[in-house]
Write a protein that binds this ligand. Structure first.
Ligand code: NAD
Ligand code: AHE
Ligand code: ZN
Length: 375
């Protein structure tokens, strides 16, 4: 059926704030520079729930959400040369074209080749490949993995070792790579340094593994849910603090006190702007660096006294952990395959396409780290 429209099942987000509906949809053939992928597995990320809730300024409905997916190339459009039919792939919400100003700068992973159209829910030629009941559906984050077939830009996917299990490696499409890379790439955590991670979900746990890889000394995990202590310790935290159990002491003064002036590196993995402020202010005067990873709700803004920055603390953010997907994911998959990179350990729940809304319910429960849906 190469070149033809495929009919398949997908979870359609018809409107914000409502569960998705499982529908039969049509997926057009890939055009020049595009690839049609059979999605076999997708992780569910809080960003999908955030967009479904209606909080995302870039959320366009109706849409096929999902951005943490893996699959098999079904067919490629004209001019696509770095993947071929049958390749096992991970989709990339942060594309990598290797030709734009951003890719060539050597300073960022934020490729802009497809970013503008991606944010509008369309393909780079400004049209859509999905339809259902006579209506076109928007694409999402350049991926739309909540469908049995999707069409993406050739820059939005990477081929990986075909032996690597996609029911696990799909997590490298977002949460795991994001947290690990934020520590190893964006913050460049140094050997022997002190690190604090706020929010111990999938992203925070992956930051812990990045800090361990970088040889950090003290690694303090902070979460309001006590259930996260054992998770944090398993992923390399040396200490755990529940900030709601400090009596009348606030988390910032407590951290500054126990670290002789503050941390070398802190990370926000909560998306809460008050926590982002604490993470910045818990940094050591003169050199502490705080990295924001969490996605805040629409309209939220961060605040601190500028004096915090004047006195040498730095505030920065990280998208997809600063990782260049096409260049770096194959190597991360190799590390996973040789047992030196955790991926399986994050998966607490599984579901399937028909029950994907159930997966969203799991995601909102404190004991769920990641739920993977079989498509
Ligand atoms: P999650 O909900 O599983 O984890 C968040 C954790 O924060 C939970 O354990 C929760 O108990 C804890 N928490 C909540 N309030 C807290 C507080 N006040 N103090 C301390 N801990 C608190 O989420 P996740 O999947 O790990 O994602 C984390 C964030 O990262 C989300 O906002 C997500 O949208 C964002 N994200 C960003 C990127 C990126 O590239 N920048 C990529 C993936 C996810
Ligand atoms: N669309 C939102 C912003 C959402 C956002 O911050 N996305 C993160 C990835 S979250 C993955 O789970 C990100 O990396 N953004 C960088 C980018 O290029 O999208 C809004 O506020 O408009
Ligand atoms: Zn995500």
């Amino acid at each position: 059926t190469k070149g033809e429209t495929i009919k398949c099942k997908a979870a359609v987000a018809w409107e914000a704030g409502k569960p998705m509906s499982i529908e039969e949809i049509e997926v057009q053939a890939p055009r020049a520079g595009e690839v049609r992928v059979q999605i076999t597995h997708t992780g569910l990320c809080h960003t999908d729930a955030y967009t479904l809730s209606g909080s995302d300024p870039e959320g366009a409905f109706p849409a096929i959400l999902g951005h943490e997916g893996a699959g098999i190339v079904e067919s490629v459009g004209e001019g696509v040369d770095h993947v071929k039919e049958g390749d096992s792939v991970i989709l990339l919400y942060t594309a990598e074209c290797r030709e734009c100003k951003f890719c060539k700068s050597g300073k960022t992973n934020l490729c802009q080749a497809v970013r503008a159209t991606q944010g509008q829910g369309v393909m780079p030629d400004k049209t859509k490949r999905f339809s259902c009941k006579g209506q076109e559906l928007n694409h999402f984050m350049g991926c739309s993995t909540f469908s049995q077939y999707t069409v993406v830009s050739q820059y939005s996917l990477v081929a990986i070792d075909p032996k690597a299990p996609r029911d696990k490696t799909c997590l490298l499409g977002c949460g795991v790579t994001t947290g690990w890379g934020a520590a190893t790439h964006t913050a460049n955590v140094e050997k022997g340094s002190t690190v604090a991670v706020f929010g111990i979900g999938c992203v925070g746990l992956a930051v812990l593994t990045g800090a361990v890889d970088a040889g950090a000394g003290r690694i303090i995990a902070i979460d309001t849910n006590d259930g996260k202590e054992s998770w944090a310790k398993k992923f390399g935290a040396t200490e755990f603090i529940n900030p709601t159990k400090l009596g009348d002491k606030d988390i910032v003064s407590h951290l500054v006190e126990i670290t002789d002036g503050g941390l070398d590196y802190t990370f926000d993995c909560t998306g809460n702007v008050k926590v982002m402020r604490s993470a910045l202010e818990a940094c050591h005067k003169g050199w502490g660096i705080s990295t924001i990873i969490g996605v805040a709700a629409a309209g939220q803004e961060i605040a601190t006294r500028p004096f915090q920055l004047v006195t040498g603390r730095k505030w920065q953010g990280s998208a997809f952990g600063g990782v260049k997907g096409r260049s770096e994911l194959p190597g991360i998959v190799e590390r996973y395959m040789n047992g030196t990179f955790k991926v399986d350990d994050y998966i607490t729940h599984t579901t399937d396409l028909d029950n994907i809304n159930k997966g969203f319910e799991y995601m909102k429960q404190g004991e769920c780290i990641r739920c993977v849906a079989k498509m």
